[in-house]
Design a protein around this ligand. Structure first.
Ligand code: UD1
Length: 420
């Protein structure tokens, strides 16, 4: 199995381009199920999760043509089944995103129920309750969610008890072809939800309020084809910027979305970084300084994202001072901590809070990636650690970071993919 070998101690310096956002690309690919016309999605990141989603669409009979620039043309007119099997869903929970589009467009869907995952139990009850409110009949049979509706779904007023990103996306997609008006209240405001809504609007959907907590959708009878570029990845961008800060370096991320990173940028400034932005680029310059400890508390957008929490634990582990990091979204999202302790970090976890006491240095060690964002924090820790770090189970990293060794390598990091 591939591993990443990183020799720490280099100040990162240079320019790197942001890839397309995985978490916007996945719902947008699922949204193509809402039209029978040809549709092209551009700026897809080259990632395992994207391949899994394309495989899933292909397994339903959709035509999928990918070009060398990761634009994909999809043809849903040849769809011959509405099933998302366990083999695919178990490798990617976001497969649940096909549920709303399938039941709304084809009146039927069988989607394997995603189980628990490394970062917590992650139920999908709000997705199902919302679809039921729109008239879908839903049961769980043999581990599968079986959903059906006679005719069209009906518009409904849906209040989310908890802010859910993919839940909002599933119901937003379903509502575009429903009869009448749907109002989603306490909806997720994440930029990826907005990107999905913009793509749906380009397909002919009638949506207002996306980006606020109340989204209003007036259902239409059919959606049409379009060509749509996926937004840049704010989490990948943030990870490169933290890499600059943790190594005392200077990194400019280009072709990115500046507005979606406000909470992260303000924390980087608090850590002592000089942050400059243009229309589509962000630069972090740490000028060789050691970062200062910063407290973090994760919450739905526009607050600090849970997907950047692990990276800031890494930053704090070598910062000057003591930081309190509170994880409010997922119950078991501190698995990177045990691995970072192996590198000499001083972190104490109690419930959903980690107390991180900054050390002047970390030491390279063999460590294991446990989930996608946790693995990013191990890469960051390794970049600043003395000596070599070998990261095992890097398939977690490949799910979310495109060409990670090429991209970090271009910034001067000593990083390579090895077999043993
Ligand atoms: C999405 C992102 C993930 C990110 C997360 C939070 C994708 C593909 N993934 O995951 O990277 O970390 O948002 O920003 O976009 N919940 C329920 N019932 C539900 C749904 C969710 O109780 O039906 C709970 C979850 O257990 C969690 C919270 O709501 O505690 C937020 O989860 P949610 O926003 O749904 O996460 P995902 O959409 O799965």
């Amino acid at each position: 199995m591939d591993k990443l070998l990183i020799t720490g101690g280099t100040r990162l310096n240079g320019v790197v381009r942001a890839s397309g956002a995985k978490n916007a690309a996945l719902p947008i690919l699922a949204a193509t199920l809402l039209t029978k016309e040809l549709i092209t999605i551009k700026n897809l990141p080259h990632l395992h999760d994207i391949t899994t989603m394309l495989e899933l669409l292909g397994s339903m009979g959709c035509g999928v043509v990918v070009d060398e620039k990761m634009s994909v043309q999809l043809d849903v007119s040849t769809l011959n089944n509405c099933e998302a099997p366990y083999e695919l869903v178990k490798t990617m929970r976001a497969s649940i995103l096909v549920l709303g589009p399938l039941v709304s467009h084809f009146g039927r869907a069988v989607v394997s129920l995603p189980g628990g995952c490394a970062i917590g139990s992650r139920p999908v009850d709000l997705h199902l309750r919302g679809l039921e409110a729109m008239g879908a009949i839903i049961s769980v049979e043999g581990g599968d969610i079986v959903a059906s509706v006679d005719g069209r779904l009906k518009g409904a007023r849906i209040f989310f008890d908890k802010v859910t990103v993919t839940g909002t996306e599933n119901l937003l997609m379903a509502a575009t072809l429903a009869e009448g008006q749907t109002v989603l209240e306490n909806a997720a405001r994440e930029p990826e939800v907005v990107d999905l809504a913009e793509c749906l609007i380009a397909m002919g959907a009638k949506i207002t309020g996306h980006g606020t907590d109340t989204i209003v959708i007036d259902g239409v009878e059919a959606l049409h084809g379009t060509s749509y570029p996926v937004m840049p990845d704010r989490i990948e961008t943030g990870t490169f910027l933290v890499a600059a800060a943790i190594t005392g370096g200077k990194v400019r991320v280009i072709d990115t979305d500046v507005k979606s990173l406000e909470a992260v940028l303000s924390k980087l400034e608090e850590a002592g970084a000089k942050v400059t932005c243009g229309d589509s680029w962000i630069e972090v310059d740490m000028e060789g300084r050691r970062p200062k400890a910063v407290n973090i508390s994760t919450a739905p957008y526009p607050a600090f994202p849970t997907d950047m929490q692990a990276q800031f634990v890494a930053l704090n582990s070598v910062a000057d001072g003591v930081a309190r990091v509170i994880e409010n979204i997922f119950e078991n999202r501190f698995m990177h901590v045990d691995e970072m302790l192996r590198m000499g970090a001083d972190i104490e976890v109690s419930g959903n809070t980690a107390i991180v006491r900054g050390r002047t240095s970390l030491k390279g060690a063999p460590v294991m990636a446990t989930d996608l964002r946790a693995s990013a924090s191990l890469v960051l820790s390794a970049l600043v650690a003395e000596g070599d770090t070998k990261i095992d189970r890097i398939y977690h990293i490949d799910r979310g970071y495109e060409c990670i060794e090429e991209k970090f390598g271009s910034l001067g990091a000593k990083i390579s993919r090895v077999l043993n």
